[in-house]
Design a protein around this ligand. Structure first.
Ligand code: PA5
Length: 442
């Protein structure tokens, strides 16, 4: 069993033959990824990751997770961007919806993904009476947001439990050789894991960056990797496969002027999968003044806000829906004698039946309104299918990026805000830039 991709509803907007004509281009792009002669080819490590992870590596992560769980009641996972979203996506998808509120087995908290002063004040307060540990993730080891978070939490932990015990409760995931975090981890003797040189942040969920926090949260990382292995096999062994189909269909639409892609879910647990996808496609494709703008919507919630725009605003959006066939639990809608809300026609139906009809109704309405629709179906929300989904999207992203002629594996544009921020904060080395920016602001 595996996830399915269906682009039949796109054919109202672009002829099947037009998509068909793009298959050779998609296959060439796939081949260039496999041969390693595409742009950005020093960052293709993700292609073979699922096959290359060894049982020893998985065991090491599982044992580290167990040790950290046994010493703590809360683990703060520090990271941003590609060093954050994959882990959060899986944890939020698999955990109970209220896992951070009740008496949970292991509470995971995220930090280092913002610079909100109140967030940190409240986090430090929350941790005051908790036995906590830290999983700090940064490939460069120098990113400002996680570095600030780590400074604050490391100081607090060392004060609370002493430097020796703190050293046992901190795990670092970073570069093998360079960066401040590598130096500190070596100095302090923290348990550490390596992010391979040839895997960029947004493609790193199947390295310890994603796998260790997921294991700490108590989920099955072997099933996640198994899913990715399955999808890799399916996609790399056939020229036409779900990833080439998705890349060809969205590229055909883009070339017809559809410049925005909405990824929509009908299950709140998928919110962070969408956030992960937004980063994957946004950072990979949006450059050289090209790209499809990736946007996310949670349905039916956002049908009551963004639904109007999607149905009747400017016609420039395509939509991909992620559908989960089978929920884990059953909830039936009760009958009500008064029937004031006139919903007795739903009595005895499962909540999911209503949700599925909302999903089908929305897809039909959006197609009628001029929004081409694609569908990705997961049989169930499990680690294995999420592993398949990750590899499917990563490969389709690599193929799409190659088809549009950009380097899908760099992100030079991210530096612009950092340079201004450092100039404004008068970071040593930025003296000239500081003068220039102050002059500009006068
Ligand atoms: O995809 C990327 O490369 C980025 O989103 C990075 O993951 C993000 O900026 C964090 O970088 P680092 O892991 O070096 O702290």
């Amino acid at each position: 069993n595996s996830i399915k991709f269906d682009y039949s509803s796109v054919c109202n907007f672009v002829k099947k033959e037009e998509i068909g004509m793009l298959f050779p281009e998609a296959e060439r792009a796939l081949q260039s990824l496999k041969d390693g002669n595409c742009k950005g080819n020093d960052f293709l490590g993700w292609l073979d990751l699922p096959e290359q992870i060894t049982v020893e590596e998985l065991k090491d992560m599982e044992e580290t997770a167990r040790a950290l769980r046994s010493r703590t009641e809360v683990v703060v996972v520090i990271g941003i961007g590609g060093s954050y979203l994959g882990a959060r996506a899986v944890i939020e998808a698999l955990a109970g919806s209220f896992h951070n509120f009740g008496k949970a087995d292991m509470k995971i908290i995220f930090a280092g993904h913002n610079i909100g002063e109140d967030y940190y004040y409240e986090l430090l307060n929350y941790l005051e009476d908790k036995e906590f540990g830290i999983c700090v993730i940064s490939k460069s080891g120098t990113t400002t947001e996680p570095a600030i978070a780590f400074r604050l939490l490391k100081e607090m932990l060392e004060k609370k439990v002493g430097r020796t015990e703190a050293g046992k409760r901190i795990v670092a995931i970073t570069d093998a050789h360079k960066g401040a975090l590598r130096t500190l981890a070596d100095q302090e003797g923290y348990k550490s894991f390596i992010i391979p040189d040839n895997v960029g942040g947004r493609f790193s969920v199947l390295t310890p960056v994603g796998l260790l926090p997921i294991a700490i949260a108590g989920f099955d990382i072997r099933a996640l990797v198994k899913g990715a292995v399955e999808m890799r096999k399916l996609c790399l062994e056939q020229e036409i496969n779900p990833a080439t189909e998705y890349a060809a269909a969205r590229t055909a639409l883009h070339r017809k002027g559809y410049n925005i892609e909405l990824l929509a879910d009908f299950n709140p647990k998928l919110h962070y999968i969408i956030e992960w996808w937004k980063q994957l496609f946004g950072e990979s494709e949006g450059k050289d003044h090209k790209g499809i703008f990736p946007a996310g919507v949670d349905f039916t919630t956002d049908l009551h806000s963004m639904g109007q725009f999607i149905q009747q605003g400017p016609r420039m959006m395509m939509e991909t829906v992620i559908s989960v066939e089978k929920p884990h639990h059953r909830v039936d809608i009760p009958a009500d004698d008064a029937n004031l809300d006139k919903l007795n026609f739903l009595a005895g139906k499962r909540v999911d039946e209503v949700n599925k009809m909302a999903e089908l109704g929305t897809r039909l309405a959006h197609v009628d309104g001029g929004v081409p629709n694609m569908l990705v179906t997961l049989p169930e929300l499990t680690a294995e299918y999420i592993g398949q989904l990750f590899y499917f999207f990563e490969l389709a992203c690599g193929i799409s990026g190659c088809m549009s002629g950009v380097n899908p594996f760099d992100q030079p544009g991210v530096e612009a805000y950092k340079n201004n921020m450092f100039a404004l904060l008068e970071k040593p080395g930025y003296e000239e830039a500081s003068k220039a920016i102050q002059k500009r602001l006068k």
